[in-house]
Structure formats: structure tokens, C-alpha cells
Write a new protein. Structure first.
Length: 377
């Protein structure tokens, strides 16, 4: 993109009172971002709004600094790009969503093939979920993403804590690719805990944002990016979500876009499972294995994508599967008192066995003195 054209697009996005819908109307009327700012006051007032005309005619004070920062960012390496609506490099899959972003900033090894990859969105799967998952939910996200990434799917998520981060990590561990759609400028990483993960994604995938460089992590921006996550993907897999969850926004957008929605069920007692259960009631496809997803997307089976329910880690660890304490735990979170009532063990013996199971990776210790059995996906 030439400097003058970039300046015009930045000015369009920075002009107060000009949102995506108004900008698209201006582009449809005048043909290009540059042409919008070549119009006379009389022509702009003819659109019906004195306020809009005045806003367009007044150059934003921050435009010069934003343009220079963007040019400097682009010159730092060849793994970054800025594309605008209508450019040949714009992901075509996003042209079909209700509110396509005006501009996209891209960073990563996939930047040169991002538009081509988006034409075949059947190769992209969104995996989203809670920022505060259970240990089992986080393990499910990592293992599903690892298997699906190994089968050739590009995992799309939002780089948030919890399920998002585990999904990105799993895809990379499986030798696959992943796209992170973020809610800040690409010169920032949020949360900071994911700085190393963001660098790994840049080396093996793609980071995408519609927000100008320097944009901080504003709460309103994160729900907005969800339409891009679902728009880039053929389907959306939800792994643990409360009823009031941004992940359900992504799932709703996916359904409205005519995409597949998948959900992994969980304990009826877990608040983190209620969102997934609600989606299943509304018609989302219940998923028990990665193979379920691959079959719906009509992809070939992947190594390790078994149809069987998740195996119990103890079956491969040396502890006998008939261990009565493992059976007594079930799959819900259980208190020490409840386990004593179920097993009849005294406190020292019970704590010793729980510690052994915890060290062996068969159970996890939760806040509030609870214990939960873990299953490998």
C-alpha cells in the first residue's frame, strides 16, 4: 500500500463519528478512501449531515504520528502487512460477514499467504472458551488443537488467557498453524503473560488486528474481534464457557454466518459447562473427540483423533484402573469430606493416596479444597 493511500485509510478510521458502516457508505459513494477526502464541503454536506462533513474535512490531530508509526512498523521486517477493504490481499472470507473490518494489520510467517488461506476457510477452525477454565478444560483445548492442527486445520482463537492460549499452544505443539485475532494494536501483546506465545505464533502462524498500532487493551474491543475469529473459520468449537461469556458471542456470530458450531459437554455441576450445554440445546454439535469435528468438516481422520471417549491417564501410568479412589472421585470436583464418606478412608491415608494420584497426573487440586479427576482428550 502506497503512503498516500495508507494515510487516507488511517484518516478514515481515525475520523470521529465515522464508524465502519458510515465508512463503507462513503467508499461506495466516492470509490476510494483517498477520494473521500478530495470532496468539497458542499458535496459532503449533500450527504445530509453537517457534523459528518465537518468531521471529514478536519484532519485528525494524531494522523501524522499514526502514519509514521505504521510506516516504521512495516519497515521493521517483511513478515508484516496492512491491508484495507477491497485490497487484493484482504482475506476474502471476511467479505461475507456483516461488518467486515476496514483495515487489518497482520504479523507472522503466514502473512504472504493469508488471503489465499482465507479463501478455503474449511481449513480454519475457531477454538474458544473460558479465560478461567478448569484444568480438564485447558487440557482438552490443548489436546484437541494439537490433534486438529496435526490434521491440517489452522486453529483460530483470540490469544486470551485460558482456553484461547491453550488452543494456540496445542496447535503449535502439533506442528500445525494458528491465527490469533487480538483486541489491541499489533505492537502490543495482551495479556503480557502471552508474550512468548505471541512470538511463537508469529514464527508459525499469524497475528491479526483491526485496531491501529498503539491501541491499548480496551474492554469494548475484545467482543468486536470475535466476528473476525468466526468469520475466518468454517466452524467454532467452544470448550468451557459460562452462560455470560464472550465465547458464546463468537458461537452466535458463527451460527449467524452459517458456520458450524461445536461444543464439548461437561459436568452438570460446573458453571463453566453451562454455556456449552446451552449451545448444545440450541443445536450445536456435541463433540467427544477431534474425529467428530473432522467428520463434520469432511476432513480425513487424523492420527490420535479417536472416536472413543477420553481415556483415563492412569490406564497408561502404572496405577491400576480399578483403583477405588479413582472410581470414587468420579468426574466432578469433590471435597475431602465427601471422599472420606465415599471411601471410608481416614484422613492421613486419603491425603497420601490423593497426593500419589496428583503426582501421577490423574487428578488435580482445585481451589476450596476440592479434587477432580483428569481425563486425557
Amino acid at each position: 500500500m502506497e503512503t498516500q493511500e495508507l494515510s487516507a485509510w488511517l484518516r478514515l478510521t481515525l475520523t470521529p463519528g465515522v464508524g465502519n458502516e458510515t465508512a463503507r457508505q462513503l467508499l461506495a459513494t466516492f470509490g476510494s478512501a483517498q477520494a473521500v477526502f478530495e470532496q468539497t464541503a458542499t458535496t459532503l454536506r449533500a450527504l445530509g449531515s453537517e457534523r459528518l462533513a465537518s468531521a471529514i474535512l478536519a484532519e485528525p490531530a494524531q494522523l501524522g504520528a499514526q502514519l509514521q508509526a505504521t510506516l516504521d512498523w512495516l519497515q521493521q521486517a517483511d513478515d508484516r502487512r496492512v491491508v484495507a477493504l477491497g485490497d487484493a490481499g484482504y482475506p476474502s472470507a471476511l467479505l461475507d460477514i456483516e461488518d467486515p473490518p476496514l483495515m487489518l494489520y497482520m504479523l507472522g510467517s503466514l502473512v504472504k499467504c493469508a488471503p489465499a488461506a482465507s479463501k478455503n476457510i474449511a481449513t480454519n477452525l475457531a477454538i474458544v472458551g473460558s479465560r478461567n477454565p478448569t484444568p480438564q478444560g485447558e487440557a482438552n483445548a490443548r489436546q484437541f488443537a494439537k490433534t486438529l492442527g496435526g490434521a491440517g486445520l489452522c486453529v483460530v482463537s483470540g490469544l486470551a488467557l485460558g482456553i484461547d492460549g491453550a488452543a494456540h499452544d496445542g496447535a503449535l505443539l502439533g506442528g500445525g498453524t494458528t491465527m490469533a485475532v487480538v483486541g489491541t494494536g499489533l505492537d502490543r501483546v495482551y495479556p503480557k503473560k502471552h508474550l512468548t506465545l505471541a512470538h511463537r505464533i508469529a514464527q508459525q502462524g499469524l497475528l491479526i488486528s483491526e485496531f491501529p498500532l498503539g491501541t491499548p487493551p480496551l474492554a469494548a474491543n475484545f467482543p468486536r474481534r470475535n466476528r473476525i475469529i468466526s468469520g475466518l473459520s468454517q466452524g467454532t468449537l467452544v470448550i468451557e464457557a459460562a452462560l455470560q461469556s464472550g465465547s458464546l458471542i463468537t458461537a452466535r456470530l458463527a451460527a449467524e454466518q452459517g458456520k458450524e458450531v461445536f461444543a464439548i459437554p461437561g459436568s452438570i455441576h460446573s458453571p463453566q459447562s453451562r454455556g456449552c450445554h446451552a449451545l448444545i440445546k440450541q443445536g450445536a454439535k456435541l463433540v467427544e473427540s477431534a474425529q467428530d469435528v473432522l467428520e463434520e468438516l469432511r476432513m480425513a481422520p487424523a492420527p490420535g483423533a479417536e472416536r472413543e471417549p477420553p481415556a483415563i491417564p492412569g490406564q497408561a501410568s502404572g496405577l491400576p484402573p480399578e483403583n477405588p479412589l479413582v472410581s470414587a472421585l468420579g468426574f466432578d470436583a469433590v471435597s475431602l469430606d465427601a471422599l472420606q464418606a465415599r471411601t471410608g478412608l481416614d484422613t492421613p491415608a486419603l491425603q497420601a493416596q490423593l497426593l500419589e494420584l496428583e503426582l501421577d497426573g490423574q487428578i488435580t487440586r482445585l481451589p476450596g479444597g476440592l479434587f477432580q479427576r483428569l481425563a486425557s482428550s
